[in-house]
Write a protein that binds this ligand. Structure first.
Ligand code: NAP
Length: 354
C-alpha cells in the first residue's frame, strides 16, 4: 500500500490535451499543487484555459516545457512530486503517413523518457499511466478469444502492429514497457487507467484528439447513408479524470483499471444523439451492409483487414474494478455525447440546426 502526501506537487504530462485539461481541472479544484507539462508553455491556445482555471480554483499551477521525444525534459517538472500522471501520447486516427513516427515512437519513447525521469527523481512513489482499452484488445474480433465474451484487465492486445491498428499498437507497447520498468525496482508503483473511447465536453479547442474527430462525423454527413456495424466502449471524460486522481491517492489502488460506462454501436450512438437533439442532423439510421463497406472501405480511409476484423463483432467490458477500488459512479455517456455535440455547435465546428 502506497500512502501519498497530498501536499506534495502532482505532475501531469500532456496537460493541455482533451483529457489532460480535465485532470488539471480536477486537481486544481481539489486544491492540489500541479506541475503540468506541455510542449510549448508560451502558446496561449495550449495553456490559457489552464491558467484561467488556476485563477478560479484553490490549487496552484506551475507550467513546464517537456517533449516526449526529448530525454531529460521531464526532470524539472518532476522535482518534489510523489505522483506522476503520464497522459501525453498522440491519439490520432487519420492525418499521418508514417505510423511509427506519428504514434509508436512518441508513445513508447515518451513512456521510457518519463520513467527514466522517475528513476532519477527519488520523491516519486506512484506513476499513473493513461493507457487505453487499446492495450487490452486490438480488433473487435478479439472478443472471440475471451472465455466469457467480455474484456477484462487480465487481457492484452496481441493483434495490432505498426501496419494494422497502429494507435492500438502504440498503447499496448507503451503500457507493456511501463510494467517492465516497474518490476525492476521497489520505490514506486504503477497504476494504469485503460479508458474506452472518451466523450464529453472539452475544456480546450486546441486538441487533436480523435474523440473530437469521431463525434464531428455524426454531424457533418459522413454517416448520412448509414453506419457500419462497429461497436465501441464509451466513457465520459470527467469520469476518466476522476479515476486518475482516485488512482493516485487511493493507497490500495493497483494494477490496471478499465474505464467504460457502456458499449454502443454507431447506430445506437446516432439514436442517442437523435433522442436528445432531434432530427435535424444526419445521425445514422440504417446499417451499411458489411460486404458493401468492405468494398468501399479504402475510399473512407479504412483497410479491408480492419473491416474484416471489426465489423459485426459486438464488444463488452468488465468495469467492476473501477467501481470497487476507485468508487467510480459512471455518468450516462449517451448524455455526454449530446453535451459534447452541443459544444461543437456552440464552438462553430458544426452548423447550428437545433
Ligand atoms: P489529445 O487532446 O490529443 O492530447 C494528447 C496530449 O499529448 C496533448 O496534450 C499533447 O501535448 C501531448 N503530446 C503529443 N505528442 C507529444 C510530444 N511529442 N511531446 C509531448 N506531449 C505530446 O488527446 P486525448 O484524447 O486527451 O488523449 C490523452 C491520453 O488519453 C492519450 O494517452 C490517449 O492515448 C489516452 N486515451 C484517449 C482516449 C480518447 O478516447 N480520447 C481513450 C483512451 C485513452 P501538447 O498539447 O503540448 O502538444
Amino acid at each position: 500500500m502506497t500512502q501519498m502526501n497530498k501536499n506534495a506537487p502532482v505532475m501531469v504530462t500532456g496537460a493541455s490535451g482533451y483529457l489532460g485539461s480535465w485532470i488539471i481541472h480536477r486537481l486544481l479544484s481539489d486544491g492540489y499543487t500541479v506541475h503540468a507539462t506541455v510542449r510549448d508553455p508560451n502558446k496561449a491556445a495550449s495553456v490559457a484555459h489552464l491558467q484561467k482555471m488556476a485563477e478560479q480554483f484553490s490549487g496552484t499551477l506551475h507550467l513546464f516545457k517537456a517533449d516526449l521525444l526529448d530525454d531529460g525534459s521531464f526532470d524539472a517538472a518532476m522535482q518534489g512530486c510523489e505522483v506522476v500522471m503520464h497522459t501525453a501520447s498522440p491519439f490520432l486516427m487519420t492525418g499521418y503517413t508514417d505510423a511509427e513516427a506519428a504514434l509508436v515512437r512518441p508513445a513508447l519513447e515518451g513512456t521510457r523518457n518519463v520513467l527514466a525521469a522517475v528513476e532519477r527523481t527519488h520523491s516519486v512513489k506512484r506513476v499513473v499511466l493513461t493507457s487505453s482499452v487499446a492495450a487490452i484488445y486490438g480488433d473487435s474480433k478479439d472478443i472471440e478469444q475471451t472465455p466469457n465474451g467480455i474484456f477484462d484487465e487480465s487481457m492484452w492486445n496481441n493483434s495490432s502492429s505498426v501496419s494494422h491498428q497502429p494507435y492500438q499498437y502504440s498503447k499496448a507497447v507503451a503500457e507493456r514497457e511501463a510494467w517492465q520498468w516497474v518490476e525492476r525496482q521497489q520505490r514506486w508503483d504503477l497504476v494504469t487507467i485503460n479508458p474506452a473511447l472518451i466523450m464529453g465536453p472539452a475544456l480546450t479547442k486546441n486538441s487533436q484528439s480523435a474523440s473530437i474527430e469521431i463525434l464531428q462525423e455524426f454531424g457533418n454527413g459522413t454517416m448520412r447513408m448509414g453506419a457500419p456495424k462497429l461497436w465501441t466502449g464509451l466513457v465520459d471524460v470527467r469520469d476518466v479524470a476522476l479515476a486518475h486522481v482516485r488512482a493516485a491517492f487511493t493507497p490500495e489502488a493497483k494494477g490496471r483499471y478499465i474505464l467504460c460506462d457502456r458499449t454502443l454501436n454507431l447506430l445506437e450512438m446516432g439514436k442517442a444523439l437523435r433522442e436528445r437533439l432531434g432530427n435535424t442532423y444526419p445521425f445514422p439510421r440504417t446499417p451499411v451492409p458489411t460486404f458493401l463497406f468492405w468494398l468501399v472501405a479504402p475510399l473512407y480511409g479504412y483497410t479491408r483487414a480492419f473491416v474484416s476484423c471489426n465489423m459485426g463483432y459486438a464488444v463488452a467490458f468488465d468495469h467492476t474494478r473501477s467501481q470497487q477500488d476507485l468508487q467510480i459512479e459512471y455518468r450516462d455517456v449517451r448524455d455526454s455525447l449530446a453535451e459534447h455535440f452541443k459544444q461543437l455547435i456552440d464552438d462553430g465546428v458544426l452548423p447550428n440546426r437545433l
